[in-house]
Design a protein around this ligand. Structure first.
Ligand SMILES: O=c1ccn([C@@H]2O[C@H](COP(=O)(O)OP(=O)(O)O[C@H]3O[C@H](CO)[C@@H](O)[C@H](O)[C@H]3O)[C@@H](O)[C@H]2O)c(=O)[nH]1
Ligand SMILES: [Mn+2]
Length: 815
C-alpha cells in the first residue's frame, strides 16, 4: 500500500530541482523509492502567482495615490485631522504587509507521495514516542489511555518502539490509568495485528464516530470473517471493563487523594518502566479470549515519567516536559527518531510512523530535522464555527513552506531527529572534514548538556549514529535496568538544567508558550530542513476546543507565544543566511500577526469618533462627502483580486471555499479579541515581567463523537450484551450502526461486520444513567445541540474578552 497525499485532482509533473536535494551517498540506494516530491505546476498555481503579483502592484498604486492625497489634505490641518488621516493609512499599510507576508511563502507548494511499505522492516530505525499530559481533570486519563493504545498498536516492530508518557500533574490517577492501558495492550495490540483494524484507538474503533473505519468483508485479510466479529466483541467487552476501571479509579480512593506525591506544582520525580522491552524475535501467543497462535503478541515498552517540580522553580510547561522526556529516553532507549503526540492525538493511520521515517531516510532526508504531520480533529461541529480545522494553515501555508526548506513546527504530530535536538549541524552545513564538534570530548560538553555522564555518553552515541546513518546495524544500546532508571530519575530533577544550554540551544526552546514555533525556528536557523507529511487516511487525530471560551484562550496563548518569540533572541529578523528568504518572511508573519489587532481596532473605531465627540476640529470632517471615484475604484480592484486569489488558492490546495471563509471569519473574531489581549499580555511581560500562563485546552470530548446530534449507545449496547446477549452471535454490539457526520448531507450509515439488527441506535441500556462526571464519557444516550453549547460559551467569552473593548470605549468617550 502506498501512502499518498490526500487525493487531489491535479496532475503535476516537475520533480524538485536536483540542487534542492543534494545527492546523499548513504541513502542513494533507496532513492525515489520512499518519497516522490513534486512541485505543483498546474495552470491554477501559475494564475495564482500572477494574481498575487497583480494585487501587490495595485497596492503600490493605491498607496501612492492615498499618501499623496493625504499629504495634500493634512498640510494645514489640525492635529486631530492629521491623526485621522495617518492612522487609517498606517492600518492599511500594515494590512497590506500582513497579506504579502502571508501570501509569498505559499507560492511554491510541493506535494509528496510516501511509499511507506517500500521501507523493509529490518531497515526501520528505533523510535521513541513522547506523550505529554498535565492535568487529569482537563485531560481525562481515558483520552491518554486511548492515545497510548493507538501508539502501541501502530504498525512498527515492537522491539524498536518505546512509548514514554510524561505526567506533569504528578497524578497517581494518570499513572494507574497508564498501567491499566499497558495491561489491556496485551490483548488490544495482538487483536489489531491479527485483524489489521483501523484506527487502533479503541474508543474511535468501537464508537460510531466519524472516522471509525471498518474493513469491508471483501477487503478483510484475516483468516475468517466470523472470527473478526467474534474477536471484536470479546475485545470490546474487555475495553468496556477498562473504561469502567478507569472511571472507578477516578471515583474511588485515588480520587480522594489524587496527588499522592504532592500537588501538581510540587512533587518528586518518578521514572517507571511499566512494560519492559520485548525480545527481538516474534512470540506467538496464547490467550483465553482470542486465538493468537499465529500472531506476534509482543508489546512495545512503556515508560511513565513525572518530572520533579518544586515551588519557586520555573518548569517551562510543555517544553520542560519534553526536555525531561528527551533525557529520560536517552539513557533508556536512545532512539534516533522521536515522535511527539499530545495526550489527545492518537495514531489514526497505523502506517504513520513508517511514513515519517521514510521522509527522514530518503534521499536528502539526512538534512531533515523534523517531519510535521497535519493536525486533524474529531468532534468539531459540522459547521466548524470556531475554525478549529485550520485548513488554510495546514493545507495551504504548510504545503507552500514545504517547498521552501520546510514547514513550521506547530506542536503535536511531529517526528524529530534526536541529533537535531542536540543542536548538531545538518550535513548540508557541516564544516569540511566532519562535524563542528566531532573531535570534542564529551566531558567538555557538560556545560551544555549537564553533568550526567551516562547521559553525555548517550548524546555522543546519538550524534555518532546520526553521522554514520547506519540505523539498522548499529542500533543504540537499550537498557531498562535499575541503574538506567535511577539515572533517568536524576535527569528529571528540577535542578538538572541549571547553568546548561537546555531550553536555549538544546532540546525544546524556553521563554515562550508556543515552544513549538521557537524550537522549529532554531532548527531552520541552523540550516536544517523539515518536511510535511499529509497521509490518507490521516496520520493522527485529536480533539479541538468545543466552546468559544476555550478556543479563544487557545488562540490567545498562540498569539501571546508568537509575540514572545518576536521579542526574543529568536526573532526571524536576527537569523543568519541559512534561512530561506521566504521562510524568514513566514516566521516573521508567524510572530507579528497579533499586532494586527491594534491596527484593526483603531481602523474600525476611529471613524466613529466624529460621530460621538462632535468636536469642532473633527466636525470639519465631511462625513457627508461621498468617497471619490478613484477610491471606490481601488477598493473594488483590491476586493476583486482578493476574491480571485482566494478562489485560486482554494482550487490548488483542495480545501473548500467554506473552509476558507470560516478561516476569514474566525480571523476577524480573534483579531478583535484574543490578539488584542495577547498584545496587552506581552506588553505586561515586557514592561513588568509578568509571565504568560499556559492555560490547558480541555480535552473533554463533546458527547457527540461525530459532531452535531450523534447518539451514543455503546454502554447501553455493551451492558445489554453483558446481560446475557453473548450467545447471540451477530446481534448486540456488532449489529449497531454508526450515524456519521450528522450534518445530514454528509451523514452516512456504516454497517458493522456482522450486519444483523439495524435498530442498534434505538437500544439503550436499562437502569438509571450513571451520574455525569466531567471526566466520564457521558451518559448512555445524549443528544447534544451545538447551538445551545455555543450560546452558553458566547456568554462566558463576552465576559472574558470584553475588557479591551470596554477600555477602548471609555477612552473614546472620555479620553
Ligand atoms: O505544563 C504543561 C502544559 C502543557 N503540557 C502538554 O502540552 C500539550 C498541549 O497542550 P494543549 O492545552 O492541548 O494546547 P494546544 O493549544 O491544543 O496545543 C498546541 O499548541 C501548543 C503550544 O501552545 C503545543 O505545545 C501543542 O503541541 C500544540 O498541539 C498537552 O499534551 C499538555 O498535556 C504539558 O505537558 N505541561
Ligand atoms: Mn491540544
Amino acid at each position: 500500500m502506498s501512502m499518498t497525499y490526500i487525493s487531489k485532482k491535479h496532475d503535476y509533473a516537475a520533480t524538485l530541482d536536483e540542487k534542492e536535494q543534494p545527492k546523499d551517498q548513504k541513502s542513494a540506494s533507496v532513492e525515489s523509492l520512499l518519497v516522490r516530491t513534486t512541485k505543483l505546476t498546474t495552470v491554477t498555481i501559475k494564475l495564482y502567482r500572477i494574481m498575487v503579483f497583480v494585487r501587490m502592484a495595485i497596492f503600490v498604486l493605491f498607496f501612492k495615490w492615498r499618501i499623496s492625497t493625504a499629504l495634500a489634505m493634512i498640510s494645514d490641518g489640525a492635529t486631530t485631522v492629521r491623526a485621522m488621516w495617518t492612522m487609517p493609512i498606517a492600518g492599511e499599510l500594515w494590512f497590506a504587509l500582513m497579506w504579502v507576508l502571508d501570501q509569498l511563502p505559499k507560492m511554491q507548494p510541493v506535494r509528496r507521495t510516501v511509499f511507506a511499505t517500500a521501507l523493509e522492516e529490518p531497515l526501520l530505525p528505533t523510535m521513541d514516542v513522547f506523550v505529554t499530559t498535565a492535568d487529569p481533570e482537563k485531560e481525562p486519563p481515558l483520552v491518554t489511555v486511548n492515545t497510548i493504545l493507538s501508539i502501541l498498536a501502530a504498525d512498527y516492530p515492537p522491539d524498536k518502539l518505546t512509548c514514554y508518557v510524561s505526567d506533569d500533574g504528578g497524578a497517581l490517577l494518570t499513572r494507574e490509568a497508564v498501567a491499566h492501558a499497558a495491561r489491556f495492550a496485551r490483548l488490544w495490540v495482538p487483536f489489531c495485528r491479527k485483524h489489521g483494524v483501523e484506527p487502533r484507538n479503541p474508543e474511535a474503533y468501537f464508537c460510531p464516530g466519524v472516522k471509525a473505519r471498518v474493513v469491508s468483508r471483501a477487503a478483510y485479510m484475516g483468516r475468517s470473517w466470523p472470527e473478526l466479529a467474534r474477536d471484536r466483541r470479546r475485545v470490546r467487552r474487555e475495553y468496556e471493563e477498562l473504561r469502567l476501571r478507569i472511571d472507578a479509579l477516578h471515583a474511588g480512593d485515588v480520587r480522594r487523594q489524587p496527588w499522592s506525591r504532592g500537588t501538581p506544582e510540587y512533587h518528586a520525580g518518578v521514572v517507571e518502566v511499566l512494560v519492559g522491552p520485548p525480545g527481538s524475535t516474534p512470540e506467538l501467543g496464547v490467550s483465553d479470549l482470542l486465538d493468537l497462535t499465529s500472531v506476534d503478541v509482543r508489546v512495545p515498552a512503556v515508560v511513565y515519567m513525572c518530572r520533579e517540580k518544586r515551588h519557586g522553580r520555573v518548569h517551562h510547561r510543555k517544553a520542560g516536559a519534553m526536555n525531561a522526556l528527551l533525557r529520560t529516553s536517552a539513557v533508556l532507549s536512545n532512539a534516533p527518531f522521536i515522535l511527539n503526540l499530545d495526550c489527545d492525538h492518537y495514531v489514526s493511520n497505523s502506517q504513520a510512523l513508517r511514513a515519517g521515517v521514510c521522509l527522514m531516510l530518503d534521499r536528502g532526508g539526512s538534512n531533515v530535522a523534523f517531519v510535521q504531520f497535519p493536525q486533524r480533529f474529531d468532534g468539531v461541529d459540522p459547521a466548524d464555527r470556531y475554525a478549529n480545522h485550520n485548513r488554510v494553515f495546514f493545507d495551504c501555508t504548510e504545503l507552500g513552506l514545504d517547498g521552501l526548506q520546510g514547514p513550521i513546527y506547530v506542536g503535536t504530530g511531529c517526528m524529530f531527529r534526536r541529533a537535531a535536538l542536540y543542536n548538531a549541524d545538518p550535513p548540508l552545513w557541516r564544516p569540511h572534514g566532519g562535524d563542528r564538534d566531532a573531535g570534542k570530548d564529551v566531558a567538555t560538553e557538560a556545560d551544555k548538556f549537564g553533568i550526567s555522564t551516562p547521559f553525555l555518553v548517550s548524546v555522543r552515541a546519538a550524534l555518532n549514529l546520526n553521522r554514520s546513518e547506519q540505523w539498522n546495524t548499529t542500533s543504540p544500546p537499550r537498557s531498562f535496568d535499575g541503574a538506567a532508571v535511577g539515572e533517568a530519575t536524576a535527569l528529571v530533577s528540577c535542578g538538572y538544567e541549571d547553568r546548561t544550554a537546555w531550553g536555549r540551544d538544546i532540546g525544546w526552546i524556553y521563554g515562550t508558550v508556543t515552544e513549538d514555533v521557537a524550537t522549529g525556528f532554531c532548527m531552520h536557523r541552523r540550516g536544517w530542513r523539515s518536511a510535511y507529511c499529509a497521509t490518507a487516511p490521516d496520520a493522527f487525530r485529536g480533539t479541538a476546543p468545543i466552546n468559544l471560551t476555550d478556543r479563544l484562550h487557545q488562540v490567545l496563548r498562540w498569539a501571546a507565544g508568537s509575540l514572545e518569540i518576536f521579542f526574543s533572541r529568536n526573532n526571524a529578523l536576527l537569523a543568519g543566511a541559512r534561512l530561506h528568504p521566504l521562510q524568514r518572511l513566514a516566521y516573521l508573519n508567524t510572530t507579528v500577526y497579533p499586532f494586527t489587532s491594534i491596527f484593526l481596532l483603531l481602523y474600525c473605531l476611529l471613524p466613529a469618533i466624529p460621530l460621538v465627540t462632535r468636536s469642532a476640529s473633527t466636525s470639519a470632517f465631511s462625513v457627508n462627502t461621498p468617497p471619490s471615484a478613484t477610491y471606490i475604484g481601488f477598493v473594488a480592484a483590491l476586493m476583486l483580486t482578493l476574491a480571485m486569489v482566494a478562489a485560486l488558492e482554494v482550487r490548488w490546495s483542495g480545501i473548500t471555499l467554506g473552509e476558507w471563509w470560516r478561516n476569514e471569519q474566525f480571523w476577524m473574531v480573534s483579531a478583535t479579541s484574543a490578539y488584542a489581549a495577547a498584545v496587552v499580555q506581552v506588553a505586561l511581560k515586557v514592561a513588568a515581567g509578568k509571565e504568560i500562563a499556559f492555560k490547558l485546552t480541555s480535552k473533554q470530548r463533546a458527547p457527540s463523537a461525530g459532531g452535531g446530534v450523534v447518539k451514543r449507545q455503546v454502554r447501553g449496547a455493551v451492558r445489554r450484551e453483558m446481560d446475557g446477549a453473548d450467545g447471540s452471535d451477530g446481534g448486540g454490539a456488532d449489529g449497531e450502526r454508526g450515524v456519521h457526520g450528522s450534518s445530514g448531507t454528509r451523514g452516512t450509515v456504516e454497517e458493522r461486520p456482522r450486519g444483523g439488527a439495524r435498530d442498534g441506535v434505538q437500544r439503550v441500556g436499562g437502569g438509571a444513567s450513571p451520574p455525569v462526571r466531567p471526566w466520564s464519557h457521558g451518559p448512555l444516550e445524549q443528544d447534544v445541540e451545538p447551538p445551545a453549547l455555543a450560546r452558553r460559551s458566547v456568554h462566558s467569552s463576552i465576559t472574558m474578552f470584553c475588557p479591551p473593548f470596554a477600555y477602548a470605549l471609555i477612552w473614546l468617550l472620555f479620553g
